[in-house]
Ligand binder design. Structure first.
Ligand SMILES: Cc1cc2nc3c(=O)[nH]c(=O)nc-3n(C[C@H](O)[C@H](O)[C@H](O)COP(=O)(O)OP(=O)(O)OC[C@H]3O[C@@H](n4cnc5c(N)ncnc54)[C@H](O)[C@@H]3O)c2cc1C
Ligand code: SF4
Ligand code: SF4
Ligand code: SF4
Length: 389
């Protein structure tokens, strides 16, 4: 029977809860807002399946017989690319599966935008719900069970998510399926659902309204200085650049990630997924002709299934092959966990009761360099105004 003694050893993937034959595992939030399995011992028959299935207990090892290739890619449909976080490759992959009668699993906001969970989509219009990065942990719920039912019925399934969520899926399924396609991401880590809920409450209180639409990666100021955007039902809006937004500062200062993200068991250039998607950071140096600041994807292809799928999309993407050696240089999260912020504990305690922005300001001071750049920017803008330009 599963018992979590060390929280870095549970990614919250829900595989154990999906697999338990007695349905006696519930995923419950701890004080930091992360889900962990809790067993109802009165119903447990001690079959051991939950431990057998856990992808962290049985540490996944990369399959060295597979060859990974890398490319820079852009969806040539600019409207979709601008609505996507990077180059819009996810939408093309998902449309391909739906066009063949398949279904797509991925992360979507709940109706009130206060949390994120995995859902299943079977039509192109609903892909809008999955499009775009949501920087908060997505709840898997019973989607592994749903995916298995579709797979057993012979329908094509594309399952997308973080590497640990795909690790959970493969462990749960316990056998290969020809009709299963998977796409993961290079993953910095996932912030606490509790912190996200507190932030939505904070923004809604400030605007005295409820959230109608939310984007983590709005491209108003370009892809590289991406903006956080909230639109509210009273027609007001909030838009801030990455480093000016309190939530994104908490996320990127590693103050509110899941404990398992600081010791991630799934970091590797080689993956279980068929395809890995990421932002092609550094594209302006590597392939300047593929950079228009509207979003370029880094695509890692790990399997023949992934290669065949991408070949079918060749007339819808602009792409260039790159050497896999450069990936880690520009995107270290592919193979290395981030370090824990030593103020994390204090931050996660205070954020529960104190003012959101003040708590973030207290725990994540801007670096001297960033302050100097901001100050220089302000001076420049003032000078331009004075000179009338
Ligand atoms: C938590 C998180 C951390 C990331 N860290 C990095 C990083 O360090 N470096 C990097 O280059 N890229 C990172 N990415 C990936 C990047 O932000 C883009 O999602 C990716 O490049 C795909 O972009 P796209 O334009 O093809 O598609 P989009 O339409 O922008 O992406 C949609 C896809 O993202 C999935 N998704 C969205 N939110 C979540 C979530 N909360 N959990 C699981 N899946 C989700 C959807 O299911 C769908 O598959 C991260 C994404 C997330 C969600
Ligand atoms: S040991 Fe078996 S019955 Fe008990 S919680 Fe684990 S899977 Fe469920
Ligand atoms: S990592 Fe997944 S399978 Fe393992 S204990 Fe945590 S939720 Fe269960
Ligand atoms: S960093 Fe690792 S453990 Fe954390 S969400 Fe990403 S894949 Fe999962």
């Amino acid at each position: 029977m599963i018992e979590i003694e060390n929280k870095t050893k549970c990614s919250g993937c829900h595989a154990c809860a999906n697999a338990c034959p007695k349905n006696c595992i519930s995923m419950t939030s701890d004080e930091e807002g992360f889900w962990y399995p809790q067993v109802d011992k009165s119903k447990c028959i001690d079959c051991g399946l939950c431990e057998k299935i856990c992808p962290i207990i049985h540490k996944w090892q990369p399959d060295n017989s597979r060859t990974t290739t890398a490319m820079a890619a852009i969806n040539t449909n600019e409207e979709i690319r601008l609505k996507s976080s990077s180059g819009g490759l996810f939408t093309l992959i998902a449309e391909n599966i739906i066009d063949q009668g398949g279904v797509v699993f991925g992360a979507a906001f709940t109706d009130d935008f206060k949390s994120v969970r995995h859902i299943c989509v079977d039509n192109i219009a609903d892909l809008d719900k999955l499009r775009g990065s949501k920087y908060v942990q997505s709840k898997i719920g019973d989607t592994y069970k749903q995916a298995k039912e579709y797979l057993d019925s012979g329908r094509k399934v594309l399952f997308t998510g973080t590497p640990c969520q795909l690790g959970g899926l493969y462990s749960y399924l316990r056998k290969p399926y020809e009709n299963l396609f998977t796409q993961d991401i290079i993953c910095h880590g996932v912030p606490s659902p509790m912190v996200w809920e507190r932030y939505v409450d904070f923004r809604e209180k400030k605007s005295a309204s409820s959230t109608q639409r939310m984007f983590f990666r709005h491209k108003k100021y370009g892809w590289k200085t991406f903006a956080v955007l909230f639109e509210f039902s009273n027609n007001s809006a909030y838009v801030k650049r990455l480093h000016e937004d309190a939530y994104m500062r908490a996320f990127l200062s590693n103050s509110c990630l899941r404990p398992s993200c600081y010791a991630c068991s799934f970091k590797s250039m080689k993956r279980q997924a068929d395809i890995t998607l990421a932002d092609f950071w550094g594209i302006q140096s590597v392939l300047p002709e593929m950079d228009d600041d509207k979003g370029t994807s880094l695509v890692l292809v790990h399997s023949d299934k992934g290669r065949d799928l991408l070949a079918e999309l060749s007339d819808k993407i602009k792409s260039r092959k790159v050497n896999t050696d450069i990936v880690e240089k520009y995107n270290p999260s592919v193979a290395k966990s981030v370090s824990v912020n030593d103020k994390r504990e204090g931050f996660l305690k205070d954020i529960r009761n104190e003012d959101f922005e003040m708590t973030v300001a207290k725990y994540t001071k801007l670096s001297v360099y960033k302050r100097a750049r901001r100050f220089a920017g302000r001076v420049k803008r003032k000078l331009f105004r004075i000179l009338g330009r």
